[in-house]
Design a protein around this ligand. Structure first.
Ligand SMILES: Nc1nc2c(c(=O)[nH]1)N(C=O)[C@@H](CNc1ccc(C(=O)N[C@@H](CCC(=O)O)C(=O)O)cc1)CN2
Ligand SMILES: Nc1nc2c(ncn2[C@@H]2O[C@H](COP(=O)(O)OP(=O)(O)OP(=O)(O)O)[C@@H](O)[C@H]2O)c(=O)[nH]1
Length: 462
């Protein structure tokens, strides 16, 4: 994909494809307003769209060769005051697929080209309307599906930590220039850069980077959901529990099916937090080769999970203490919730005995939908322990995480250099490295490939 600045005019459907009440077709580029004006006839006055004020809406017809295609509302945004920073026109037409296509084709025939995925936002970035991390947050915002992922994306789109990074980077850049000046004058043994101020800045950058890097564990979970493995012997009711949770929450986000006997993943949003439930092949000793592969996979899934729901059948609780201990010994560092399922098969007395023996036990019936609330409340309490406060900066993008780590390593080298009083030229290169990686986050440093990769993952029309 070509990510250089071009001044051709692009067009795309901004609303989702298919029939709707209204569809929005968006054009951006130097000639966007005049091209639309050529095919627009205002309803009551003879309006010239090239003469109207920015951010105004106009009622009229889109006309091709005297044939009215549709009665529409046209919004005009004038360069540089628009989403992309270019002239932008939005045509709000009736949502028939036929009308949408007629209008799109009309402009394509007349010198406008189809936008590439993310090209409107790419142009906004290239025209300085937003930095790269903000542009990436636009995509996250569109795909956000829980209160938590929405908040993280929104915070990043509004500037989040990129202002802070940009600011620290420009201070570091100043020092880098001074230090390189010193290198030019190395024979004269001069010091332009104030060593104390420099050391303070480097320490501050290091602390900020550390904080942002640490926030990724939470950011990643908020964006992608908390991975939860559901384990237990065959037939304990793992799939039934998942289905019940899905129904209870009425918020099925996705259903990802792996290969045969592979884990099945379901995303469920409970109280604003997304959980990625990984239903696993039942664990038991077996000679069956394929089933064993499934069981190995289960163990791998437990490793990946942040939380394990361990299901036990209420009719097989004679060895419950042993069963719990075995899993705990195997995964000493995992948070494991033990759940006794099929509570409907137990008597009230049996349930209260169990409860008094094991205080943390969750006893429920997946099939009869009893006790499910106890489970969801426990999940919410656990998730809230790592919850985000409103003004905390959280990194949720793995590209940013990687750049932050690289910048942090370089800054640590600089710190070491200062500590050991090595000569400036030896750590000048580490400063450059840190500058480079910080710049990658905000897009002050970019490559065609990087931009291509990022924007290719956007949807068309964004
Ligand atoms: N119809 C429509 N709805 C939309 C968008 C859009 O492009 N069109 N957006 C697209 O994602 C989002 C809103 N984002 C926008 C961001 C900036 C500007 C804009 O015109 N900015 C100018 C003027 C600012 C001002 O007057 O305060 C600027 O930045 O100079 C428009 C939309 C969501 N809703
Ligand atoms: N009485 C009762 N039966 C249940 C309950 N939950 C599940 N079952 C039944 O137990 C059987 C097994 O349920 P599944 O959900 O398929 O169990 P699973 O753990 O996913 O099984 P595998 O995929 O083989 O590991 C089914 O017949 C369910 O109807 C429950 O709460 N009470």
């Amino acid at each position: 994909m070509n990510t250089a600045i071009t001044n051709d005019t692009i067009i795309a459907l901004a609303t989702s494809s298919g029939v709707g009440a209204i569809a929005v077709i968006r054009l951006s580029g130097e000639k966007a307003i005049e091209i639309v004006n050529d095919f627009f006839q205002s309803k009551y006055t003879n309006k010239d769209l090239t003469k109207v004020k920015s951010h105004t809406i106009h009622l009229g017809n889109i006309i091709d060769n005297q044939r009215i295609i549709d009665e529409v509302l046209v919004s005009v945004f004038k360069n540089p005051n628009s989403y992309t920073g270019e002239n932008v026109v939005e045509i709000n037409c009736h949502g028939s697929v036929y009308i949408q296509q007629e209008i799109l084709q009309l402009f394509i025939k007349n010198g406008v080209r189809n936008a590439n995925p993310g090209e409107f936002t790419l142009r906004a970035f290239l025209n300085g309307k937003m930095d790269l991390s903000q542009a990436e947050a636009v995509a996250d915002l569109i795909s956000s599906n829980s209160a938590a992922s929405h908040q993280v994306a929104l915070q990043q789109m509004r500037g989040g930590f990129s202002n802070e990074i940009q600011n620290l980077r420009s201070q570091l850049l100043n020092f880098a220039s001074l230090i390189e000046l010193e290198l030019d004058f190395s024979e004269e043994d001069v010091e332009f850069a104030d060593r104390t101020a420099f050391t303070n800045l480097v320490n501050k950058i290091s602390a900020v980077l550390k904080r942002l890097i640490d926030s990724f564990a939470l950011g990643n979970v908020l964006k992608n959901g908390i991975p939860v493995a559901i384990v237990g012997e065959p037939n304990v009711g793992k799939s039934t529990l998942l289905n019940t949770l899905l129904n209870e929450e009425k918020a099925i986000v996705s259903h990802i099916e792996g290969t045969t006997r592979d884990a099945i993943e379901d995303e469920i949003s409970i109280d604003g937090v997304t959980y990625r439930f990984i239903d696993t092949a039942g664990i038991r000793a077996t000679e069956d080769f394929v089933e064993n592969i499934g069981i190995q996979k289960t163990f791998q899934n437990i490793e990946k999970a942040q939380l394990v729901l361990h299901l036990i059948d209420s009719k097989k609780i004679t060895n419950i203490q042993q069963t719990i201990k075995e899993l705990k010994d195997k995964y000493p560092s995992k948070k494991i919730l033990t759940i006794v399922n099929k509570a409907d098969l137990l008597s009230v007395e049996q349930i209260s005995t169990l409860k008094s023996q094991f205080s943390n036990l969750i006893i429920l019936s997946a099939k009869e939908k009893q006790g499910i609330h106890d489970l969801t409340t426990t999940l919410t309490n656990l998730a809230n322990k790592g919850a985000l406060s409103n003004n905390e900066t959280i990194v949720s993008n793995s590209r940013h995480f990687e750049s932050l780590n690289n910048a942090f390593s370089a800054i640590k080298e600089v710190q070491k250099g200062i500590e050991n009083q090595v000569s400036t030229d030896l750590f000048a290169i580490d400063i450059r490295q840190a500058l480079f990686h910080l710049g990658e986050i905000t897009g002050e440093v970019t490559t065609e490939d990087l931009l291509g990769n990022i924007f290719a993952n956007f949807c068309i029309g964004k």
